[in-house]
Design a protein around this ligand. Structure first.
Ligand SMILES: Cc1cc2nc3c(=O)[nH]c(=O)nc-3n(C[C@H](O)[C@H](O)[C@H](O)COP(=O)(O)OP(=O)(O)OC[C@H]3O[C@@H](n4cnc5c(N)ncnc54)[C@H](O)[C@@H]3O)c2cc1C
Length: 486
């Protein structure tokens, strides 16, 4: 008797024989499902792997936190070394700042440097601004008259015209040759900024230490209009070119990938160096302001002041170009102080208090000595060289003067104070770098600097020195939050 085939079930029901046709159908079905599974499995992978990689830092487990090195933009950038358009690296500038910071802080506390005369009520000459906001933290408290050296108040209060005594008091040898600006023109050819606050009838002395640059709550349309006017109308179209040349449409606002730095860098390199420098100065100033407001941030919930890491990362830390520009600006300011080193050595800084004046002079000499030992960073001799140089320099000056004028449109007193001071500080640095030929300006050189310019330059350097310290602190904080084993 023939044995039943293995395909016959125990129950006796018959399984149809597997013919070649059935095999082919089954194989087609399998192929169909395999093919169907490919997009279902692969496409999400294609999406999720990069997405997870992007947010890797948020996903690390406690074990991984112990051994993984931080890969945030600040770290990668600082470790990458070189800074575009400079001859020195991140760590070199941090090293310099480590030496200079205590000295600059001390100098900024001296009466000569802590009192700054400013006109906070000049009308905005570009658009109808809504005036100044009434936010509590925007308020600026002018210094009491009794705090100000009597020579300065007599000078500023009673004589806004020619031969302004302020200049004679502060820089005696140059006071006589100094020609104050006429009523119609508040800058000279050599100036990169519009002056006049020092001599304005509405000018007040402000103690900068009592009115620090920090979070004020100023935001919204008024602040946006100011930044927009600066970037879109006065930055040689550089931001528009960057946007057009990079693949991401929102490169300026959504610049959160380190790799995007390459695109951004390439777009900037397509610009001539002078325009790049202008853009870097503005963007670096903006980033430094953001760093200060995030470092001294007011937490509405706890009602306390302190550093706000999210604020910093979303405005500066995730934007490698902005970080670079802060360091770039620091190097530019240091270079201008270097050029003024001989000039500073022989200057008297008079406040009427002999002891303090002598102490300050010794500190300034120390600052100068440190600046002389600095590595080369910014090189002004590489700019304004070709046939178009003279024309480009005038355009550069005009645009920068406009930026200083736009500060009258800032709708928050404290932001206006620091905006005016720092644009004037950069105006002074640019003037020192580009309006005089000598490599090191001698006291005998025909330099026109008034007290306000010197005070603005030194305080701007101090603000950038603080920004670099803040970047290092935020980096540490970021590391502690994301990678500490706790
Ligand atoms: C002169 C001035 C001084 C100010 N000072 C203070 C202050 O002391 N304290 C305070 O709390 N607020 C200050 N503000 C307000 C502050 O700068 C912001 O405008 C505000 O906090 C709103 O921020 P935001 O997120 O809308 O972006 P904003 O900082 O206003 O930036 C607007 C846009 O500019 C672009 N951008 C931002 N940063 C950079 C950069 N570094 N480089 C290139 N592009 C950039 C981005 O596209 C961003 O969306 C000041 C504003 C101005 C104009």
């Amino acid at each position: 008797m023939p044995q039943p085939k293995a395909s016959t079930a125990a129950s006796g029901s018959k399984v149809p024989p597997v013919t070649p046709a059935v095999k082919a159908t089954a194989s087609r079905q399998t192929s169909f499902w395999v093919l169907a599974a490919v997009p279902v499995l692969v496409f999400p992978l294609l999406y999720w792997v990069p997405a997870l990689w992007t947010h890797w830092s948020e996903l690390v487990t406690p074990v991984e936190r112990i051994w993984r090195k931080p890969v945030d933009d600040i770290c990668r950038l600082r470790d990458s070394g070189a800074i575009d358009d400079l001859r020195c690296e991140f760590h070199a500038l941090e090293e310099v700042n480590h030496q200079l910071a205590p000295l600059i802080r001390q100098i900024a506390q001296a009466s000569f440097f802590k009192y700054y005369r400013v006109d906070l009520y000049r009308p905005c000459s570009f658009w109808n601004s809504d005036g100044l906001c009434v936010l509590r933290d925007c308020e600026v408290k002018p210094a009491d008259d009794s705090e100000i050296p009597v020579e300065w108040t007599t000078a500023a209060g009673e004589n806004h015209g020619a031969n302004h005594p302020i200049d004679q008091v502060d820089f005696a040898p140059f006071g006589k040759s100094y020609q104050p600006f006429g009523a119609t023109c508040d800058y000279q050819d050599s100036d990169f900024c519009v002056l006049g606050d020092e001599r304005s009838a509405n000018g007040v002395y402000v103690d900068l230490l009592k009115n620090p640059e920090r979070f004020t709550g100023y935001a919204g349309p008024s602040a946006n209009s100011v930044w927009e006017a600066i970037y879109e109308e006065n930055c040689f179209d550089v931001p528009a070119h960057i946007k057009a040349l990079t693949s991401s449409q929102n490169v300026i606002t959504e610049f959160s990938q380190f790799e995007s730095l390459q695109q951004h860098r390439q777009a900037l390199l397509n610009e001539c160096k002078e325009k790049r420098v202008f853009y870097r100065v503005i963007s670096g100033l903006h980033a430094s302001i953001s760093t200060h407001l995030c470092r001294e941030y007011f937490n509405q919930t706890t009602q306390e002041w302190g550093p706000n890491l999210d604020c910093f990362m979303s405005r500066v830390g995730h934007f490698p170009d902005r970080l670079q520009n802060i360091y770039f600006n620091y190097a530019l300011l240091l270079r201008s102080v270097f050029r003024l080193s001989s000039y500073f050595i022989d200057r008297e800084f008079c406040t009427g208090h002999k002891e303090e004046d002598a102490w300050l002079k010794a500190k300034i000499q120390e600052l100068v000595a440190t600046c002389l030992a600095l590595p080369d960073g910014f090189n002004e001799n590489e700019l304004f060289l070709d046939n178009e140089a003279a024309y480009l320099k005038e355009e550069f000056k005009d645009n920068f003067r406009n930026v200083t004028r736009i500060m009258d449109c800032v709708g928050c007193e404290k932001c206006r104070l620091w905006g005016k001071l720092q644009t004037r500080g950069f105006g002074t640095a640019l003037k020192v770098l580009f309006s005089y030929d000598e490599d090191r300006l001698l006291p005998t050189a025909d330099i026109h600097l008034d007290r306000g310019e010197v005070v603005a330059l030194v305080n701007t350097l101090n603000q950038f020195s603080k920004s670099i310290e803040a970047i290092q602190q935020f980096h540490q904080l970021y590391h502690d939050v994301h990678y500490s084993s706790a």
